[in-house]
Every structure is written in C-alpha cells, then in structure tokens.
Design a binder for this molecule. Sequence first.
Ligand SMILES: O=C(O)CCC(=O)C(=O)O
Ligand SMILES: [Fe+2]
Length: 97
Amino acid sequence: MGLPAHSDHGLLTLLIQNDTLGLQVLHKDKWVNIQPLPNSFLANIGDHIEILSNGKYKSVLHRVVVNDKDIKISIALAHGPAADTAVSPAPMLLEDG
Ligand SMILES: O=C(O)CCC(=O)C(=O)O
Ligand SMILES: [Fe+2]
C-alpha cells in the first residue's frame, strides 16, 4: 500500500514510527530513506509553514514505500487548518502616485 508522493497540507505533521524503513523524502531529485530514530517524533513542515515563511522553510515532498516482509507502523498527527481552508493571497502594498 504505502503512500504516494505528497507534501503535507497544514502547518506541521508529527510522526511516530517503528524502526522499519519506508519514509522517503525527495532531495536533489532523488528519493532518500529516512532512518527512524527510536523514541522520537519526526516533525515534517507543511505547506502552510512554507507559505507563511515565504519559502524559507520547505514543505518537502515525501512518500512511503512498503514491502510484504517488514511491518511498518506509523502514526501521523497533523496540525493546521482544515484541509478545505482557503489561503488568501498576501495583501499588496500600494504606493501613492
Ligand atoms: O506514515 C508515514 O510514514 C508518513 C505519513 C504521511 O506522510 C502523512 O500522513 O502525511
Ligand atoms: Fe505526509
């Protein structure tokens, strides 16, 4: 099953996972395995943080690949506005004259 490539919609996703590989991020056009760290949360920046930081903090493209031998367990805790929340364009500064 796994998860197709995507970026996370909201502000931040916290991930708790077992020690099975599977989560990958796209880095310099290559999929890179993320080694789970024991007893830790993985924090993933979402689209809204990228927008609110004017691109300083990137909402990275990631995916999950699985196989039929290893059991992959992960719990994702998404934080941010509802998925159907519209993001308004930044207000424009108008100059006089
Ligand atoms: O289950 C995972 O390892 C990743 C989950 C994920 O990317 C998500 O819920 O957005
Ligand atoms: Fe995700």
